[in-house]
Write a new protein. Structure first.
Length: 296
């Protein structure tokens, strides 16, 4: 059987995971591109309903935008298309990585450049899946780690582009982590529950202390939920290591952005991608990283 084959031959499992990661990466691009638009449509509809007037749920006014945000608009409908010209992608134009290379990075309809994010997400989906498969081997740990990995990719890119960490991803993943840890897949259920509470509570306190001292918001509420999700998956013990790694990544990213993109040092950067990277690193190597952090 296939399951027995994947258990016996780790290389086969890694290969299958990489190929699956390419396909999932293609879907993640849909999530990254559409979910923020869907969220804004929903917000506008609710605001219009509260105001007692008709709702034009398009996130941006103007004929051009209406032409490229058709109704119904969700993760499934309409099928993949260019947001600039509305050209619907054929099967040959929708093959992960291959189509981007064959099209030379341009839309077949209007020849506009395809954002580099599309092949990058597909590469990350495949490469990170291969690393997860290599690290855990075939089993429930690997399967659940793949789900978390792909969710973290989506969260990181959505937050980087839109400053959003959708509840539609973080909350279900938090409950999934707790459910898995009923069987101690990545942590004991007690450690997972404490991790979720502490993950949310720590950033909640930091947020309010920072706001009290400076009068400014230091982070978004989505960051609270993302750290709570990480705690629910990995347990409370890893939270100090995770926050330290995320903070170091944030500092490094800030320095690089200031140096290479003329980013104003007073402008904030989204913290979600830093938390996502740190969560993934701790997921794979929490014992090693904790050893470095705590010392011998």
């Amino acid at each position: 059987m296939l399951i027995d084959y994947l258990q016996l031959y780790p290389v086969a499992f890694i290969t299958v995971s990489i190929l699956l990661g390419l396909v999932v990466g293609s879907f993640l691009n849909v999530v990254i591109a559409r979910l923020p638009i869907m969220m804004e449509q929903d917000w506008r509809a609710r605001c219009a309903q509260l105001c007692g007037r008709a709702c034009d749920a398009d996130p941006v006014d103007g004929r051009e935008h209406r032409a490229r945000v058709p109704r119904p608009f969700n993760l499934m409908l309409p099928r993949s298309h260019c947001l600039r010209c509305g050209h619907f992608l054929s099967i040959a134009e929708n093959i992960p990585l291959v189509s981007y290379l064959l099209l030379r990075g341009r839309c077949a309809g209007c020849h506009a450049p395809i954002p580099l994010r599309y092949p990058l997400v597909e590469l990350l989906g495949a490469g990170m899946a291969g690393i997860v498969a290599w690290r855990f081997g075939f089993g429930i740990q690997a399967g659940s780690a793949l789900i978390l990995t792909w969710a973290l990719i989506a969260l990181a890119f959505i937050d980087w582009e839109h400053w959003l960490l959708p509840d539609g991803i973080t909350i279900p993943l938090l409950w999934l982590g707790l459910g898995l840890n009923l069987f101690s897949v990545h942590a004991t259920i007690a450690d997972a529950v404490i991790g979720a509470i502490c993950g949310y509570g720590v950033f909640w306190m930091v947020y309010h202390v920072h706001r009290l001292l400076t009068g400014k918001e230091g982070m978004g509420h989505g960051d609270f939920k993302l750290l709570a999700m990480s705690g629910a998956w990995l347990g409370w013990q890893v939270l100090p290591t995770l926050v330290l790694i995320a903070s170091l990544i944030g500092v490094l990213a800030g320095v690089v952005l200031i140096r290479w993109r003329e980013h104003d040092r007073n402008d904030p950067i989204p913290f979600g991608p830093c938390l996502a990277i740190a969560t993934w690193a701790v997921l794979l190597w929490k014992d090693t990283l904790a050893g470095w952090y705590l010392g011998p």
